[in-house]
Design a protein around this ligand. Sequence first.
Ligand SMILES: [Zn+2]
Length: 492
Amino acid sequence: MPVKIIVPTPMQRYTMNHEEVEVGGATVDSALHHLVENYPDLRKHLFSDDGKLRSFVNVYVNDDDSRHLQGGETPVKDGDTLTIVPSIAGGLDAVGAGGAPSFHLQQNPDMMDLSNYEVLRYSRHLIMPEVTMEGQKRLKAAKVLCVGTGGLGAPLTMYLAAAGVGTIGLVDFDTVDLTNLQRQIVHRQSTVGKPKIDSAEQTLKEINPHVNIVKHEVMLTSENALDILKDYDIIADGTDNFQTRYLVNDACVLLGKPNVYGSIFRFEGQASVFYATDGPCYRCQYPEPPPPGMVPSCAEGGVLGVLPGIIGVIQAIETVKLILGEGQPLIGRLLMFNALKMSFREFKVRKDPNCPICGEHPTVTHLIDYDEFCGIGRGNEGEALTTGEEISAREVKAKMDRGDKFTLVDVREPYEYAIAKIPGAKLVPLATVKDRLHEFDSSDEIVLHCKSGRRSADALQILKQAGFKKVKNLVGGINAWSEDVDPSVAKY
Ligand SMILES: [Zn+2]
C-alpha cells in the first residue's frame, strides 16, 4: 500500500532532493523504516541510535500529530500522507472551539485618546466593525516586543507600526550587513554598518511617528529576558536560533504571555501562536532542539528573500488579532507555507500534559542555560575538532606558495562553486563525500573547505571515520580565504 511521505526541505538533501516519496507500510513506523531503507543517510536524522523517532521530529498523519494518535503504531492506509515536520532556525484544541482568547492589555485602552489626525490616519480601520474606535484604542494601548529585527521582524514591525500599535519594543544587538538587505526590508542601503535597532527605528518612525519605539540593544539571555518581556502584552519571535526560541518560549510561559511564532528556511515557513494559558507552547510541539549543526541556518542554507515577508506578515496579523480579540488565532495550529508550491497546510498542535514547562507537573520553573539545553559549546557537533585539525586560509596559501603536496577539497554545492572558488580545489559536495572516498589518497594531506568551515568539519569527521589521518579543516571557509588571502574571490 503506497503511502506518501512529505520530506521537509532541510532533509531533502538525504532523499536525493525528493520532496515526496511513496513507500509501503501499514503503520507510521513501518512506513518510516521503509523510507530510511531507501535513503540510509536520512536514518540518523529521524531515528536515535536505539531506533526511536527523534523528539524534534514530528510526524503527521494527514493533518494530525501521530503522537496524539497511536504514535509509531498508528495505522496508515493507501492514499494517506505522512508529513515530517521538524523544528526549523524559527491549543486548547482551539480549532473549532471558536473565538479569540480573553486577553487583557497592561494599559487600559479606555484611557487612550485619538487625535483628529490619528482618526484620519486610521480611518480605514475605524470603519471596520471588527476594529472601530475601540479596537484602534486597543492597538494604541498595546505593547508588542519583537525579538529580532531581521527577515521576520522587518515586515512584522513595519505593519504593526503602520497599523498603529502604540509601543513596539525591539531586541537586537546586531549591525546591518549587506547580505541582510535581500530580505530585511526594514533596513536600508544607507544604514549598512549601523546597529539594527537604530536602523529599524528610523524606518518605523518614518512609517508612523506616533509609535513609541523601545530599543533593547542586548542579546536576550536567561538573566535579562523576564525583565525585558514583562512590560509587553505580546511577544513576537523573529529569531534565527534555537537557544533564543526556547528562551522566548519559556519566558512567555512563565509570564503568561502569548508568543507569536514564525520561522523560515529556504522557501518554507512555519507560523503559530504559542500561548500556554490557552493552548500548547513551543516545547509541546518541539520538546527538544535538534543537535547543533543538524538544521542549517539561513546563513548556511539560504532563504528566499520574499519568504519572511509572508511569514512576518502572518505574525503581524496574528498579533493584531490578539490585540483586537477578534477571529480565531493560530493557537493550537501550526501553519506551514511552501512558496514553491504556493501552498499552505495546517496541522493541529496539542498541549502536552507532560510538557516540562506548561504541563501538569512542570519541571522547568525558571529560565535555564539555553546554550547548554541546545548543546552549544559542548562539542556535540560530532567530535570537537582539535586545533591540529584546523588550518587558516593564510597557512593554506603559504603551503601553496611553498609547493607543498596536498589536496584541497571543496565540499560545497556546484552552485556555490559557480559563485566563487579557490583555485585548484576539487569539488566534492558534502553529501557525496562518503561515496567518493576512493578518489582521495590517504597518504596525501587533505585540506577541506566549504563556505564557513561548518560543513567541511562534518566532512572531516567522515574522512576520519574512514581512517584518513592527515585531514585538516580550513577555518572560516572560502569567506576567510576572500578576507585574508584573495579579496578578488567573491564573499557570499
Ligand atoms: Zn508546553
